[in-house]
Design a protein around this ligand. Sequence first.
Ligand code: WQD
Length: 338
Amino acid sequence: MKILVTGGLGFIGSHTVVELQKEGFDVVIIDDLSNAEEKVLDGILNITGKKPVFEQFDLRDKSKVENFFSRHTDIEGVIHFAASKAVGESVEKPLLYYENNLGVLTYLLQELSKKGKASLIFSSSCTVYGQADSMPITEDAPIKPAESPYGNTKQVGEEIIRDTCKVTPHLSAIALRYFNPIGAHPSVEIGELPVGVPQNLVPFITQTGIGMREQLSVYGDDYPTEDGTCIRDYIHVVDLAKAHVAALRRLVKDENGENYEVFNLGTGTGSSVLDVIKSFERVSGKKLNYKVVSRREGDVIEAYADTQKANTVLGWKAQSTLDEAMKSAWDWEQKIRN
Ligand code: WQD
């Protein structure tokens, strides 16, 4: 079965391509390389022995999207990773985010709707919950008003898909709400390649550990949590990638009465910023240089997943511990910097 993976050379996309190929799927990647490098294809080839078909173009060009689908008529499913994802940037450039994250989604849905049967997996995010009222967070927790255009594109993206599925019975879709993806493939052939100064915690930690960054700033230790720092659900990117294959298998089997479902993807365990720092120190044997500074605007206090639904319905459960995920991130950092 041929699957299109948009953004397939990115962090989560490339790890998902590897798992799809291991499961025997034929993969075609579209990536505009705005936040990825073509050499990731070699990493995928080195892991699986199969180089995916790759086309580089901007999905915002509707005619190119139409032309692509007219040349690849045997694509039966799309896993849609390609999107802009910097929360801060989305505040400054909302129209870029609405065009890239929502305009493109409508083009893909238009193409899929023309097919006799099609599947779509959408990269969503726990950010749709904002600060949830209770932990762990279930899929029916209230959706809170988005705190950024980025977060809004995830909420509206889900609604666009839901509304399309209502009138397109032959289209089945799953939205996967990621918690905090971290780590790298154990082969150290692929991993996270942050562009510029990392906004996310773990790549900033590993870059500090390798000496690229002077010091980690911990954004606040005056939160109402055990050690005062924010709590998140850090999930190994390979576990996350495997969840996409489990979701695709469910769509392909088409057993579910619903043709639109949502799943939280996390480990079900919350870890504080200081827990993550300690994890790095354990796996690297290094002391991390950090200082506590003021809170970061927009951070929620606590977010970790109730994973029951994905565990039971998808038959998927995250396998890696925080230390295993952190070790894979550290191994990757050492490889790409040496
Ligand atoms: C985690 C914790 C920070 C950096 C974001 C997006 C979310 C998703 C995952 C795309 C927080 C603290 C961080 C640093 C720090 N992305 N931190 N110093 O904000 O939970 O989620 O990435 O889908 O949509 O919002 O992840 O890694 O930025 O922060 O203290 O230098 O680490 O305050 O508590 P976040 P993060």
